[in-house]
Design a binder for this molecule. Structure first.
Ligand SMILES: Cc1cc2nc3c(=O)[nH]c(=O)nc-3n(C[C@H](O)[C@H](O)[C@H](O)COP(=O)(O)OP(=O)(O)OC[C@H]3O[C@@H](n4cnc5c(N)ncnc54)[C@H](O)[C@@H]3O)c2cc1C
Length: 376
């Protein structure tokens, strides 16, 4: 499958299947599990996975573009899909082949899903302070602790769990482990919020004496902290792209409404004050797209992307947070209806301020990197 074929298929899937269902999800309905299967059949869980492992072997930019298209309709569903793919990629890159080979067909086809679990009730931004432990247990490992606010945790077949193998607070003691979530001692729960978390599958799980074999180590103790910092640049870049997708969809929806809704004898778009607000959102989107494209290109070619990815995520998320309320306002009361994307995209933009590094954490990073970067 070429990238052009993939992106055309994603656009049709979003138009015909994701967008029509998203209004109900935002009101709390759960997605039909078969939809993840249809996303899998299109290749959405295998875009960046190497061809020899059954993937499409396309680049990061293709994954970011597909995530952006999905997010135009529903950020949560897009995050669910991309997180399963990330686990597939991580396992192929870092786990033992005999461990991932039997799991991959179900993952890539969307028959099962997976999640990446760092956050805990007591530790979010301060990742080094996680208290989930992994201790040697005969030939294998025993895990104890709790993870929360994890995308796909409601339905994932397994998780990559980050756990402390050494002393509390020691970033060099953290390892990562493949944990099947049906193991004895593992219990999961959904996490909800006024913005329904169904399409993102947000949840948590407790691990009480969960035993896993020795070959389920994904990152040995000491390797996990650095590895996740590298991987997260890609996540920041695609979250920025997804924000551009959400804002682009909202601008189009408001633009269409402005042509059809009339006030004082003319279309809303016939009023200068109304259309200038729409134009301002378009300018802001163009700026966010430019900085996002730079970050996506850097990740795609394997160049250092820490600064570009952090800047893109901050800029695109902030742009969404500023412009989406303005666009909702341009719609009048109609903008609040769930069949329009404004309120769910606005809630998603708030979530995007937290996932994959909160805005404050990223600003700290930008400050550090700016001081090191050569003058332009
Ligand atoms: C819907 C959703 C999905 C998520 N999915 C996942 C997932 O799949 N896997 C996963 O592991 N995690 C996930 N997360 C968790 C996310 O990564 C955390 O929310 C994030 O790391 C922030 O941690 P926290 O919420 O505990 O906030 P805290 O760390 O408690 O921070 C609270 C606030 O204080 C600010 N703050 C903290 N420290 C500082 C500081 N030093 N200086 C200035 N400000 C500071 C933060 O920016 C934030 O605004 C998800 C979260 C949400 C909401």
């Amino acid at each position: 499958m070429t990238e052009a074929e993939l992106q055309a298929a994603v656009r049709a899937f979003v138009r015909d299947e994701v967008a029509p269902a998203a209004a109900a999800w935002s009101m709390g309905a759960a997605p039909d599990p078969a939809l993840l299967g249809r996303a899998g059949a299109l290749g959405l869980m295998r875009i960046q996975v190497p061809a020899e492992a059954g993937g499409l072997g396309l680049g990061f930019a293709a994954k970011a573009r597909a995530a952006e298209t999905l997010a135009r309709a529903d950020f949560g569903f897009a995050m669910s899909v991309v997180n399963t793919q990330n686990v597939a990629l991580r396992l192929v890159a870092s786990a033992e082949r005999r461990v991932w080979e039997p799991l991959l067909p179900d993952l890539l086809s969307g028959r099962s899903s997976a999640c990446t679990a760092l956050t805990e009730p007591g530790a979010g931004s301060d990742f080094a302070s996680i208290s989930t432990t992994a201790r040697r247990d005969g030939e294998g490992w025993r895990l104890d602790g709790e993870k929360c606010w994890v995308i796909n945790a409601r339905h994932a077949a397994f998780a990559i769990v980050y756990a402390q193998c050494g002393e509390p607070g020691d970033r060099d003691g953290i390892g990562a482990f493949l944990v099947p979530l049906d193991r004895p001692g593992c219990s999961r729960y959904p996490l909800d919020a006024p913005f329904a978390q169904t399409s993102m599958g947000t949840g948590g799980f407790r691990l009480e004496g969960v035993r896993i074999p020795a070959d389920h180590v994904v990152f040995a103790p000491g390797q996990a902290f650095g590895a996740i910092l590298d991987e997260i640049n890609g996540a920041r870049a695609y979250v920025a792209a997804m924000c551009c997708g959400m804002l682009g969809a909202a601008i189009e929806a408001a633009g269409d409404y402005g042509e059809s809704r009339r006030s004082f004898g003319r279309a809303l778009a016939g009023h200068q004050a109304w259309r200038l607000a729409l134009a301002r959102a378009g300018v802001a989107l163009a700026a966010a797209r430019a900085i996002t494209a730079e970050a996506v290109a850097a990740v795609d070619r394997g160049a250092p992307a820490q600064l570009a990815a952090a800047q893109a995520k901050i800029a695109a998320v902030d742009t969404c947070r500023r412009q989406l309320p303005e666009l909702l306002h341009l719609m009048g009361a109609e903008g609040l209806r769930p069949q329009h994307p404004f309120s769910r995209h606005l809630a998603a933009a708030e979530i995007a301020t937290l996932t994959d590094g909160s805005t404050e954490m990223l600003l700290e990073r930008v400050h550090r990197l700016m001081r090191r970067a050569p003058a332009p």
